[in-house]
Design a protein around this ligand. Structure first.
Ligand SMILES: [Zn+2]
Length: 327
């Protein structure tokens, strides 16, 4: 087994680029733009879920890769529709790459599956101990209360979240907690239609339709991407609609950063610090590599808890021999 700093895994006779395009065989964990470079490169053999290919707008033929003596399995990562972890096993050694994940269920996703592994490569987005989110149900209730009270005051309400994953959860929140079909931006509508194709019902009204035009004559709720959920944009809208416009952002970073919005709610599709630690406990790896985000901090926190953990960097190139010697 060998894993390099660019996240290329070699196991048995198989080389796999993990969320990259540096090898002929590429695993694409999910459809967010920083993970799909392999789908934009030609001549690659791809391993990705059908949902990921649909969300990424990949309609061409896919050449699936063959694994030489390696047992490869995809597990739900609980991040967005179709997001997967990769588990590979060869000669009695197992490796698991989480990709972006969260352990808890959301309104649109089941939480991640966890399996044992010898070597774990895990995302570290919220790898600092202070990044602990409140209960998800509590956040939903707070958001719903805030939206309702503003609509009752006759305001236009803009809720911001990234277009694939978060926005669909916000639509579901509007449906289930408020009984409202929100107006959605065009790029959000595109991803909503893929969610629906794969079985998640989302009651919404695409912008620039007659129905949306009618609704937008009164107070309404709109699900937008984060740039539109800003005070400066809302002020412009207030000039156009001659009505109060309020906005909120839904992001885990609401715990750390101030947004130029009326409110920011800590709703994330990533594991918080406690979930990252829980994942390590449940998968009982012999070695952990941290990637994406607060890698140095998370690796140090894992070491404090007795794990052989380090950030994935050039210094942490690893071979099976080194791995075995290290035990
Ligand atoms: Zn992601």
């Amino acid at each position: 087994m060998r894993l390099d700093a660019a996240m290329n895994l070699k196991m048995g006779g198989t080389d796999i680029a993990l969320d990259g395009c540096g090898r002929a065989n590429c695993f694409v964990s999910h459809a967010h733009s920083d993970h799909v470079s392999a789908l934009r490169s030609s001549g690659k053999s791809i391993l990705a879920s059908e949902e990921t290919l649909a969300l990424a707008g990949h309609s061409g033929d896919i050449s699936h890769f063959k694994c030489d003596g390696v047992k490869v399995k995809l597990l739900n990562s609980g991040h967005i529709l179709g997001s997967k972890q990769l588990r590979a096993e060869c000669n009695g050694e197992s490796f698991l790459y989480t990709g972006d994940f969260k352990l808890h269920d959301s309104l649109t996703m089941k939480g991640a599956e966890v399996e044992n592994c010898d070597v774990l490569l895990m995302e570290s987005t919220y790898g600092s101990p202070e990044m602990v989110f409140p209960e998800r149900d509590f956040v939903y209730s707070c958001m719903a209360r805030w939206v309702r009270s503003n609509l009752e005051r006759g305001a236009i309400v803009m809720l911001g979240g990234y277009s694939i994953g978060k926005a669909q959860e916000l639509v579901k929140l509007a449906n289930e907690y408020l009984g409202i079909a929100p107006v959605v931006e065009s790029n959000i509508e595109k991803a909503c239609s893929v969610y629906e194709k794969f079985g998640t019902k989302l009651d919404r009204i695409p912008v620039r339709t007659d129905e949306a035009e009618e609704i937008m004559k009164h107070e309404f709720l709109s699900i937008v991407t984060p740039p539109s959920a800003s005070r400066s944009f809302c002020s412009k809208l207030e000039g156009i609609y001659n009505r109060k416009v309020v906005c909120a952002v839904a992001s885990g970073w609401a715990l750390r950063f101030a947004y130029s919005a009326d409110r920011a709610f800590p709703l994330s599709d990533h594991a918080d610090f406690n979930q990252l630690i829980e994942y390590a406990e449940r998968s009982s790896p012999k070695r952990i590599y941290c990637t994406h985000g607060e890698t140095i901090r998370l690796a140090s926190e894992l070491r404090k808890r007795g794990y052989d953990a380090k950030e994935l960097s050039k210094a942490s190139q690893m071979t099976l021999e080194e791995f075995s010697e290290g035990d």
